[in-house]
Write a protein that binds this ligand. Structure first.
Ligand code: GDP
Ligand code: MG
Length: 443
């Protein structure tokens, strides 16, 4: 009996089933611990690592329904195309809402970043197939985290995602815009004529209470956003710069006004059943979720290069390391880190191209060839690999040139190895033929 009553006290609204995988953790002393093993398992799994990657992140204040919303994203992603097209993806009325852990009460989950571990494959409107990474964040602007931790989680998720959903409550406040300041400063540095540093930013206003002023959904949201981003003569120059640059740093900035889910959510037995949600909230989900995945979803592009999942892994590691200091990194530091990863990835791709060209014809399991054929192919392999290297835009042309020279030296050395391998193959073939001859003659 006693046990039962303790149990009853512990029941809180929420789901206790699956959960995302915590890949980044904020430790007590405000250090960041990246669980490389877990990250690798998600991003470098065979069916994922070479796929173009799209990252959908939800960030913002603690306990404002971010994980709850992400679980509806999961429902959409897992639904059949038929159910999506026919608006049946939302599920049945009395189904527990599962996936990322969401909960009522005041207990707080571990600060950091969680990813959904199962691969979600989708097709973009362009026809391109991508793997979608759903990213949940914890510790943004909540009462217990320091400003540094809050900003770090927000910054990391923005730097990594192709769609950043900025979850805010009630209205877009000046304070909410100020959190974007780091990105606008970074954006000014990283921007060039062809590329914007970030893809999609959506302000998602939860519990919108003035549908008569601006209607729910994207239509009302964009009117509100235009108002908030208006630039006035009498604004402080910093506020003006911030507003002017938010739009230019992202390919798309949009806003959605979401109704309140209804007061059943406060009930301790609430499990996220659709039956307990207000009809307006369900209508909101039906507009919001397909819009994100059918209209906004896009591959993450950093510095002009379209990322694959394995590239995202490298950026994840590098960005986490530059945020591990005591202060937030300056935009120029982020730019340098981005530039360093871009170069490493260009070099890796070029080298893999060279190796594949040569291996396909002259690898250990291939028959011997002539040295002339080897040298001809080596020249073509270098040309193709150099082209691959040069298609990647480099922020530091001098470092890029140095790296290309180093690669060419490596390839020259590889040619000698291929020649030596070929010689060994020829000798082995001669020896085999000799042995066969001897066997016949001296039998
Ligand atoms: P997170 O910390 O932002 O991830 O918040 P959770 O997803 O864990 O949700 C915290 C609480 O907010 C849960 O009790 C949810 O039922 C509730 N919740 C979910 N969506 C909304 C919403 O749109 N408005 C309000 N007021 N509460 C919500
Ligand atoms: Mg959460």
């Amino acid at each position: 009996m006693k046990e039962n009553s303790t149990y009853a006290l512990c029941i809180m609204a929420g789901n206790e089933t699956d959960d995302g995988v915590q890949v980044l953790r904020v430790l007590d002393d405000h250090k960041y611990e990246l669980d490389e093993e877990k990250l690798r398992k998600i991003l470098l799994q065979p069916s994922v690592k070479d796929c173009p990657v799209a990252v959908v992140s939800v960030a913002g204040t603690y306990r404002t329904g971010k994980s709850f919303l992400l679980d509806f994203f999961l429902r959409y992603c897992k639904a059949t195309p038929y159910d999506r097209e026919n608006n049946k993806w939302l599920g049945s009325e009395n189904e527990t809402l599962e996936g990322f852990k969401w909960r009522g009460g005041s207990e707080k989950a571990t600060n950091g970043i969680q990813l959904w571990p199962e691969p979600i494959h989708m097709t973009l409107p362009s026809g391109k197939k991508v793997v979608v990474i759903l990213m949940d964040t914890q510790g943004t602007f909540d009462s217990q985290s320091t400003v540094k931790d809050c900003s770090t989680i927000f910054a990391l998720s923005t730097l990594l995602s192709s769609v950043q959903i900025y979850n805010i409550v009630g209205n877009i406040k000046e304070y909410d815009l100020q959190h974007l300041e780091l990105f606008t400063r970074y954006g000014i540095l990283a921007q060039d004529d062809n590329d914007t540093p970030f893809q999609v930013l959506q302000f998602l206003v939860r519990d919108w209470m003035s549908p008569y002023e601006h209607p729910y959904g994207v239509a009302g949201g964009n009117v509100l956003l235009d108002k908030r981003l208006e630039v006035h003569e009498n604004q402080h120059p910093d506020l003006r710069t911030l507003r002017e640059h938010i739009r230019s740093c992202f390919e798309k900035v949009t806003c959605f006004l979401m109704p309140h889910p209804g007061f059943s959510i406060a009930n301790p037995t609430f499990r996220g059943h659709l039956a307990d949600l207000q009809p307006e909230f369900k209508e909101g989900l039906k507009e919001l979720v397909p819009q994100i995945f059918e209209t906004y979803l896009t591959q993450r592009i950093i510095n002009g290069a379209e990322l694959k999942a394995r590239d995202l892994y490298d950026y994840f590691k590098t960005y986490t390391s530059i945020f591990s200091g005591n202060a937030l990194p300056e935009p120029v530091t982020i730019l340098q880190a981005t530039s360093a990863v871009t170069l490493v990835l260009a070099s890796r791709d070029a080298n893999e191209t060279y190796e594949k060209y040569m291996d396909d014809e002259f690898g250990t399991d291939k028959p011997s060839s002539t040295t002339g054929a080897l040298k001809d192919k080596h020249i073509i392999a270098i040309e193709t690999a150099t082209e691959i290297f040069n298609t990647k835009k480099q922020l530091d042309p001098e470092a890029a040139q140095k790296e290309l020279t180093r690669l060419r030296e490596d390839w020259a050395a590889r040619l000698l190895q291929f020649i030596a391998l070929n010689k060994a193959k020829v000798e082995s073939a001669i020896n085999k033929a000799k042995a066969k001859y001897d066997k016949i003659v001296y039998r």
